[in-house]
Design a protein around this ligand. Structure first.
Ligand SMILES: *[C@@H]1O[C@H](CO)[C@@H](O)[C@H](O)[C@H]1NC(C)=O
Ligand SMILES: *[C@@H]1O[C@H](CO)[C@@H](O)[C@H](O)[C@H]1NC(C)=O
Ligand SMILES: *[C@@H]1O[C@H](CO)[C@@H](O)[C@H](O)[C@H]1NC(C)=O
Length: 566
């Protein structure tokens, strides 16, 4: 909508004098926080009907949410089943899962939901966005464990799930998905319960099967519920995959089915993978080293033995440590630091400011039905550039517990959507420690609230050389915006890949700080920056990204841009 043809744009836009310098610094690097706010919470909807066990933001500014079929009755009753037959008798249909929605689409602008149809069980499944913005969603439970589903986002509220005819080679329950940088637009799906393999979707030939990955077997802790499920998978800038499960990690060449490197074990006892659910991000990649340096951060998880203890009703205190390690180059060492408190089942989200938001989760126990206690109600904000010991800020508390089966995703308007939580087998609202949670909230991080509006870059639009919002690798595009304040050196442009979030894992999440080549002020007061797209799909796999302008650490609203193979 905000993207127009560059050529026609230049006809109307008289570019004049005043060549300004792009400062290209994410302001938080050197400047103290201009905003002392602790953020705020908004209650968006009182009842989404469906537990937001999984969430993903589409480039149509909608959010796909879904849980599972096996939960029976959700909070969203349907008039018709998927096959068209009527659901009439509330009493009779009471336990009939097909008379309830298990997926919804949330429209961010309208703050409304509509039901979607899922045919097979998506419980604890995985997903990625393809280059064209379609969500490819894989696996689940029972009838759904080998399914491949697609959701092609739309603006007209008519799109729905489509189940592919082809199946996964293996059943994948609690697996992870990652979009690969290759031109043929494939994803890799890794692991799952009792499945020590990975596979690609789609397959290059009918004979292509799954591939054994001994790392998954080695990290599997049978007595503790696995402790290596939903493995953490990040794409490194060298095209290899960083894989972390339990406490160990490798660099993996998926093209040759070869482990390139074994990284040192992360210090500390306990585990970081499901059910000992920790979370992870890669810190923002930066143009000033050619996007080469990749640093992984992993926070929280459960104490050793937490699963066995939880089965007996004892909820051990979780881990409060985070580890950071540079996975590129040749010197790999975990640098450890403490969070303000113990935490597990939380989500880690890289914000446009370059900070990491740690939100949701609990302090004790581990993942699984009623295996945790003591909800973590305070989000933490982490500034990776500050001195160790000064990096964490405690933000405003929520009153709503977000335990097992909760989720969080970053919206283009800078807020973080928070939904779900259901540590119970079925939808249960009474007489349990942590009832099924159907309220939808947004957390407004510092700098995103109204109080910063006067200093926010406004009216942002993107101009590419083509007819749409598409830019080739290494290509350039213009970003036009308004500032109510004087332009300072603290100007930056970031791009964020929208992840698929479930079980504390934000699959495909990555943020890039892009190079600004120059910036001009036009006669009528607009700023017009020339910005460079990432150099390759290894840095930024092809697809839609949220582009944000930051001035003095205040982010604009984000606008979708697509980086792609030319
Ligand atoms: C629904 O299932 C529960 C147990 O799963 C049972 O107690 C209840 O009677 C069922 N309700 C109806 C209306 O069939
Ligand atoms: C994107 O690609 C997938 C897989 O090829 C296809 O199923 C889907 O329809 C495409 N979506 C759009 C928006 O073209
Ligand atoms: C900037 O955006 C606001 C709100 O969308 C709009 O009212 C205003 O007219 C825009 N300003 C310019 C100069 O286009």
């Amino acid at each position: 909508m905000d993207t127009k043809n560059l050529n026609s744009h230049f006809k109307v836009l008289a570019i004049t004098h005043l060549l300004l310098h792009c400062a290209n610094a994410v302001s938080t690097a050197t400047k103290p926080d201009p905003d002392r706010g602790k953020g705020e919470w908004q209650l968006l909807l009182k009842n989404t009907g469906v537990v937001a066990m999984h969430m993903a933001v589409t480039h149509r500014n909608t959010v796909v949410m879904f849980d599972q079929m096996g939960s029976g009755r959700s909070g969203y009753r349907l008039r018709k089943r998927h096959d068209g037959t009527r659901c009439r008798n509330v009493r009779k249909d009471f336990n009939d899962s097909s008379c309830y929605a298990h997926s919804i689409e949330y429209d961010v602008l309208r703050n409304s939901i509509r039901p979607l149809n899922i045919e097979t069980d998506t419980w604890c499944s995985s997903g990625s966005m393809l280059s064209n913005g379609t969500l490819i969603q894989t696996g689940g439970f029972g009838s759904g464990s080998r399914r491949i589903r697609y959701f092609k986002p739309c603006q007209n509220h008519h799109c729905d799930w489509r189940e592919g005819r082809k199946l996964l080679s293996n059943e994948r329950w609690y697996a992870s998905s990652l979009k690969l940088p290759d031109k043929d637009d494939r994803v890799i799906v890794v692991g799952g319960r009792d499945v020590f393999t990975y596979e690609f979707v789609p397959k290059r030939s009918p004979s292509e099967k799954s591939f054994i990955l001994p790392f998954l077997r080695k990290t599997y802790d049978r007595n503790e519920g696995g402790n290596n499920l939903y493995p953490i998978v990040h794409l490194s800038s060298d095209g290899h995959l960083f894989m972390f499960a339990n406490r160990d990690s490798i660099l993996f060449n998926y093209k040759r089915n070869r482990v390139v490197k074994k990284f040192p074990r992360i210090p500390g006892k306990g585990s970081r993978s499901y059910p000992s659910t920790g979370s992870s991000v890669i810190l923002p990649l930066h143009y000033n080293d050619g996007f080469r340096k990749v640093e992984v951060m992993i926070c929280g998880g459960s104490a050793a033995g937490a699963f066995s203890a939880a089965k007996q009703g004892r909820f051990l205190k979780g881990s409060r440590t985070c580890g950071r390690m540079v996975i590129t180059g040749n010197n790999h060492k975990w640098k450890m630091e403490n969070m303000p408190g113990p935490r597990l089942m939380h989500d880690m989200i890289t914000l446009p400011t370059g900070h990491v938001l740690i939100i949701n989760g609990a302090k004790n126990g581990c993942g699984g039905w009623n295996y945790a206690s003591n909800p973590s109600l305070q989000p933490y904000l982490y500034n990776p550039k500050k001195m160790i010991g000064r990096r964490f800020t405690i933000l405003k508390s929520t009153k709503i517990a977000r335990m097992y089966h909760s989720s969080a995703v970053l919206l283009p308007d800078g807020r973080v959507l928070v939904g779900g939580s259901n540590p119970n087998n079925k939808y249960t609202f009474k007489n349990v420690p942590h009832p099924t949670e159907l309220r939808l909230q947004a957390f407004v991080p510092p700098h995103v609230g109204k109080e910063s509006n006067g200093r926010r870059p406004q009216n942002v639009s993107i101009y590419t050389s083509g007819n749409d919002e598409i830019v080739g690798y290494g290509g350039r595009f213009h970003v036009k915006f308004l500032l109510k304040t004087k332009l300072s050196k603290m100007l930056a442009f970031t791009a964020y890949a929208s992840p698929f979030n479930t079980h504390s894992i934000s699959m495909n999440q990555r943020m890039l700080v892009l190079r600004c080549k120059n910036i001009k002020r036009t006669k009528d007061g607009w700023l017009n920056a020339l910005v460079e797209a990432p150099p390759s799909p290894k840095v930024a796999p092809s697809g839609y990204y949220m582009l944000t302008v930051l001035h003095n650490g205040i982010p604009s609203r984000s606008h979708w841009i697509k980086f792609t193979h030319t």
